[in-house]
Design a protein around this ligand. Structure first.
Ligand code: UDP
Length: 331
């Protein structure tokens, strides 16, 4: 296939680009490097089947040409990360809503299949775990910025499903749950790269709240396998799928696991949410996907254990200890 990956220089996009190239596909990426990094794709430059454009997806002229030359769009470009969502809410809403609207309109013009990246955030503070794709959603008030992210991605989902319903555009939506691996940055709040960098520096490992909140962390290699599997499955079209791990861990236990694996002297400290984010910040106590739908369709199960994945992140940061950009990353 001729694949276009929006956000292809980002953490997940760059791993997806690698995997598609390894399978013999042609890959073009577009990324404005707002949260992605050129370094993530530098090793792909020069590959005969790889092209890139450093540009925003809201540039219609560029996007029109790229979309006209592809068969499948993996739409991953988005403003993500709780820290970013809270600190730059305008950018989050505009990028996520206008950007996706542009991608879908052009995909429809050239009849390209669209794999739309969404997020477990759309479930909001659903109390019934695990989360199933057709569950009701419960979001907080509009005065709390965090919820704008969930709403913007839900709007993307509505729009993609609308294009499918009204114009028979082939779309597939995947809701990613906490995905981790090399190249993820802690700059926008993600917990694992932050804990790993803190542990490697011997700095305090900052657990927000009481640390009893839980998450399930999926290895990016497993995420990429799911995304490509969905792209290749005709029966996935028009549907929404959870993509995540079901291995649940408390954030405090995660901190301890990282400390042990990194053989770190760091102490584990508790930071109140108001101090970490903003006054009135609401966190989720548990976030667990029901992945039976993708399992039924593709026979999909994640393969990597949390320890294996954490080790890959530790190795990645160990290899970058002298990197300028890396050291500029706040812990
Ligand atoms: N978290 C933490 N310390 C940090 C960063 C995050 O304890 O330095 C917590 C955060 O409050 C949340 C969990 O780790 O409960 C996962 O955070 P992340 O932003 O990675 O993902 P999300 O909240 O979107 O699931």
């Amino acid at each position: 296939m001729r694949a276009l990956i929006t956000g292809g220089a980002g953490f997940i996009g760059s791993h997806l680009a690698e995997a598609l190239l390894a399978q013999g596909h042609q890959v073009t990426i577009i990324d404005d490097l707002s949260t992605g990094r050129f370094e993530n794709i530098a090793h792909l430059v020069g590959h005969p089947s790889f092209r890139f454009a450093i540009e925003t997806i809201t540039n219609e002229t560029v996007m029109d040409r790229l979309v006209s030359e592809c068969d499948v769009i993996f739409h991953l470009a988005a403003a993500v990360g709780v820290q970013l969502v809270v600190s730059r809410p305008v950018q989050v809403i505009e990028t996520n809503v206008y950007g996706s609207a542009m991608v879908l309109r052009l995909a429809n013009r050239y009849r390209c299949k669209v794999l739309l990246a969404s997020t477990s955030e759309v479930y909001g503070k659903g109390v019934q775990v695990p989360f199933r794709e057709d569950d009701d959603r419960l979001l907080g008030p509009t005065t709390r910025s965090r919820w704008s992210y969930a709403c913007s991605k839900a709007m993307d989902e509505f729009l993609a499903l609308a294009y499918h319903k009204q114009h028979r555009l082939p779309i597939v939506i995947f809701r990613l749950f906490n995905t981790i691996g090399p190249r993820q940055t802690g700059r926008y709040g993600m917990v694992v790269p932050r804990f790993v960098r803190q542990a490697l520096r011997g700095a305090p490992i900052t657990v927000y709240g009481d640390g009893r909140q839980t998450r399930c962390f999926l290895d990016v290699r497993d995420a990429v396998r799911a995304i490509i599997g969905l792209a290749e499955a005709p029966a996935a079209v028009g549907q929404v799928f959870n993509v995540g791990s079901t291995e649940e861990i408390t954030i405090l236990a995660l901190a301890q696991r990282v400390k042990t694996l990194a053989d770190s002297p760091s102490e584990i400290v508790f930071v109140p949410y108001e101090q970490a984010y903003e006054e009135g910040f609401e966190d989720f106590q548990r976030r667990v996907p029901d992945i039976s739908k993708i399992e039924r369709l593709l026979g999909y199960r994640p393969r990597y254990s949390l320890d294996e994945t954490l080790q890959s992140v530790i190795d990645y940061f160990r290899g970058r200890e002298h990197d300028q950009d890396n050291t500029a990353d706040p812990v």
